[in-house]
Design a protein around this ligand. Structure first.
Ligand code: 1GP
Length: 250
């Protein structure tokens, strides 16, 4: 089960790298080669999804990922329409930074009616959006206000509430294409309060960004936009090396 791997890795201090593929953005002839090399290049997980992805594009991308890679494929859905048998698992996201009931329980009911008949592993995940410099599609589409950038204590208690509710993973996200990453202070504040594995993404573009997020307590770092804009294996290797290097240094 993937949840066991997340928990065991985080407990052992094994940091992980996730490549986020947004079906609405990624395309191109180079994708199969990138996917084929991904495991060897240091990628641990493939996350698939986005705020505006449609069902067909999500399924096609998940199938492509399965065909060209042996990595775990996890859906990161913007809506229940993005569920597909082609993936291994799905982040069952509760948007706990927001106050929109549709993203706290509404969509989940519609999703449950599908998931009951699917073999996808369901990963109960508290999702915290953080204001990292500009409005993102995730906050706009979900009609929620993100946590303020400079209020680590709000993130801390939101995360702790999520853990008390029984959520097994927490995803701290500046949103796709964030202007800057979530502050190390906020990651530290959350890390100090919760024991569940902590996934951090949004605006991570350089090896230094990644090293800072890991040093602050992230267990899994997620990169999407940087590699969409520059889908080169050299950059991918440089970013994953920051994760491997951190393990070696740690
Ligand atoms: C967004 O955390 C992911 O939900 C990744 O963000 O696209 O900015 O890398 P970026």
């Amino acid at each position: 089960m993937l949840i066991d791997a997340f928990i065991a890795d985080a407990g052992a201090g094994q940091k992980r790298f996730a490549l986020l593929l947004d079906p609405a953005h990624v395309a191109g002839a180079g994708l199969p080669a990138l996917l084929e090399g991904a495991a060897g290049d240091g990628v641990d997980y493939l996350f698939i999804g986005g705020s505006l992805a449609n069902a067909q594009a999500t399924e096609q991308l998940a199938e492509l990922a399965r065909r060209h890679s042996t990595l775990p494929v996890i859906l990161f859905p913007g809506s229940p329409q993005q569920l597909t048998h082609a993936a291994h698992a799905v982040f069952f996201l509760s948007l706990i930074s927001g106050r929109n009931p549709e993203y706290l329980i509404g969509h989940h009911v519609a999703a449950a009616a599908q998931l009951e008949h699917m073999a996808l592993e369901v990963l109960p995940t508290g999702y915290l959006l953080v204001d990292c410099g500009r409005p993102t599609s995730a906050s706009y589409i979900s009609n929620t206000q993100p946590l303020p950038y400079d209020k680590p204590e709000l993130a801390r208690y939101t995360a702790l509430a999520g853990q008390y509710l029984g959520l097994q993973l927490l995803y701290l996200d500046g949103g796709s294409g964030a202007m800057r990453p979530i502050s190390p202070r906020m990651i530290q504040a959350v890390r100090a309060a919760v024991q569940v594995p902590l996934i951090v993404g949004g605006g991570l573009r350089t090896a230094e960004d990644i090293a800072q997020a890991l040093a602050a307590g992230a267990d899994v770092v997620v990169v999407g936009t940087a590699l969409e804009q520059d889908p080169k294996r050299e950059l991918l290797r440089e970013l994953t090396q920051a994760v491997r290097g951190f393990i070696a240094a740690g």
